[in-house]
Design a protein around this ligand. Structure first.
Ligand code: PGA
Length: 247
């Protein structure tokens, strides 16, 4: 079984003072058995890398451009992320797919760019409420998985985040059975595509994961961690999720 991953997605939250939360998280669980990565806004990445220097906490970006440099005002490239000391990047988050029209093909190109810079890509996939209600969840997730990920993925280079769009930031979550069904389906698809080593590829759940539901979700087969938004902002909340993933 892969080592579990507790990934925090701070989204557009956090001023410099928020770095105290990372110190508090480290103080609360200095030797967590799971991997921890925090993806703060770009403005905090470098300073968070410095804060985490002697901690078991990795730092990641929330997006990167598919090109390594050029005339792309406002964008950040994968080499830039790697240059800060970041080691992960979230790609294809549903908020970026919805707000910026990011397609599966673009997410795939960004994933290749991330790999070129040695970053582990956390590729997000998940259905909308309409799609779930229409019984299209597995079809949508299967297509996104196939088209958003390049060939040649390994457990070191790729993490899949299953995030039902309707569960993000809403306090609603699928049932444990529903999560298990999708994660099992993703595992099968990964093994079929990338071979037996994909048994070790991490499939994390995201969408309203919190200190109360984390233990139950962490116990589902093929759930190898969480991608946590709101509940990752405060160490006092995120700590409980890390503990739940620690087993
Ligand atoms: P949430 O966000 O935990 O606040 O629902 C998860 C995510 O969007 O990655």
């Amino acid at each position: 079984m892969p080592k579990k991953l507790a990934a925090g997605n701070w989204k557009m939250n956090g001023l410099r003072q928020a770095l105290d939360e990372v110190r508090a998280l480290h103080d609360a669980c200095p030797d967590a058995a799971c991997d921890i990565v925090i993806c703060p806004p770009a403005t905090l990445i470098r300073s968070m890398v410095k804060v985490c220097d002697d901690m078991q906490i990795e730092v990641g970006g929330q997006d990167c451009h598919e090109n390594s440099a050029g005339a792309h005002t406002g964008d950040i490239s994968a080499p830039m992320l790697a240059d800060t000391g970041a080691s992960y990047v979230i790609l294809g988050h549903s908020e970026r797919r919805a707000t910026y029209g990011e397609t599966d093909a673009l997410v795939r190109a960004k994933t290749l760019a991330a790999w070129d810079s040695g970053l582990t890509a956390i590729v997000c996939i998940g259905e909308t409420l309409e799609q779930r209600e229409a019984g299209q969840t597995l079809e949508v997730v299967g297509r996104q998985l196939q088209e958003s990920t390049p060939d040649g993925a390994s457990p070191e280079t790729l993490v899949i985040a299953y995030e039902p769009v309707w569960a993000i930031g809403t306090g609603k979550t699928p049932t444990l059975e529903e999560i298990g069904e999708v994660h099992g389906f993703i595992r099968e698809a990964l093994v079929k595509r990338f071979g037996p080593e994909a048994q070790d590829m991490r499939i994390v759940y995201g969408g309203s994961m919190n200190p109360k539901n984390a233990r139950d979700i962490a116990g589902i087969a093929n759930v190898d961690g969480g991608l946590v938004g709101g509940a990752s902002l405060k160490a006092s909340d995120f700590y409980h999720i890390v503990k739940a993933l620690d087993g």
